[in-house]
Design a binder for this molecule. Structure first.
Ligand code: ASP
Length: 330
């Protein structure tokens, strides 16, 4: 049930940040981009626009910034291509749109939105999605637009490690970071969620992760919105975003506890890792992650953008759980 609300926007720029690999310059650039995404998205909310508008605006900023694994700066597949995935969901209507495996769409989140609003479908993939893109007038680019040297070098490293059969947890972590996402609560009390990614470095055979799969990496309903980031295969099998929201809206588990249970208990217990951002209809924020860091930010009633990267930074949710921190019955 919606009601007038103080707008809130929460964003992430991916889990899996490795502190020792962050240069001061990169850290500064990331913080600036997160701040800009918050400001752009929040401006939508302040002017009375919808949660969907805010999510799309914030994610577009991050897709355009090469520091994130979404849009420009996406990771490379095993075959040296960029294949992009994105999804958006409107919690007020349960409308949803997603695209996977696109390589010419400048802002996949805008195409996902067009799928939601201008097609009879929920998910379009590959060439078909790009044909649809041309009919709705989203910006198309040459595939080379997405390339950055840094991502290319990450692929070369991963290919070398494949050959040497190196097995090290950091290798797995380094394959997925920089996915972007947003969740928003608008003045009408409506929620929305969106996620955009290049997926995982060295992915093969048309692999699609959780981000564009409604319920796995992205989900919103009338009382909860979630965008995940992490090792997608685990988010798919736990249907992580939907799982968090069902605990919140059906089982009445407090948001922070529900999010922590899925992200910090269920996923690691299966061998996966990552994080998520979540928001409920009261404007409660959760940002759990089990990696070194997660690029994240939020903006609420005071209109001041807050950003954080590492686990030891106070992000305002460090007292996340009600006094009962034990797992719920799931
Ligand atoms: N979840 C994304 C995927 O598996 C990657 C990420 O979030 O970093 O495609």
């Amino acid at each position: 049930m919606s009601h007038a609300a103080a707008p809130v926007l929460v964003i992430h720029g991916g889990a899996g940040v490795i502190k020792r690999e962050m240069s001061p310059a990169r850290e500064k650039a990331v913080r600036a981009a997160l701040t800009q995404a918050l400001q752009k998205g929040y401006a939508q909310l302040k002017s009375g626009k919808t949660a969907v508008d805010a999510v799309a605006a914030a994610i577009t900023v991050l897709e355009d910034d090469p520091n994130f694994n979404a849009g420009k700066g996406s990771v490379f597949t095993h075959d040296g291509r960029n294949e992009l995935d994105a999804a958006i969901m409107d919690g007020a209507t349960l409308g949803a749109g997603s695209v996977a495996g696109v390589h010419r769409v400048k802002n996949p989140i805008l195409l996902a939105r067009a799928v939601m609003e201008k097609s009879d479908h929920v998910m379009l993939v590959g060439d078909g999605a790009e044909e649809f893109a041309k009919t709705v007038g989203v910006d198309m680019v040459e595939p080379s637009y997405f390339r950055t040297e840094e991502r290319w070098q990450q692929l070369q490293k991963a290919l070398k490690e494949d050959t040497e059969k190196v097995k090290h947890s950091d290798v797995e972590t380094a394959k997925h970071f920089g996915t972007v996402g947003a969740v928003a609560l608008d003045a009408e009390g409506h929620l929305a969620a969106g996620t955009s990614t290049g997926g995982m470095t060295d992915k093969r055979w048309g692999r699609v992760g959780d981000s564009p799969i409604i319920g796995a990496g992205t989900y919103a309903n009338s009382g909860c919105a979630v965008s995940g980031t992490g090792w997608g295969e685990y988010y798919l099998r736990t249907v992580a975003a939907h799982e968090i929201c069902m605990r919140v809206t059906q089982m009445r588990v407090p948001l922070r506890r529900a999010a922590a249970e899925v992200i910090n208990q269920e996923i690691p217990s299966m061998g996966g890792n990552g994080g998520a951002i979540a928001l409920d209809g009261n404007g409660t924020i959760a940002m759990p992650f089990n990696t070194d860091g997660m690029y994240r930010g939020w903006i609420g009633a005071d209109g001041v953008p807050h950003v954080a990267i590492y686990g030891d930074e106070d992000d305002g949710t460090s007292d996340p759980l009600p006094s009962d921190t034990s797992s719920s019955q799931f």
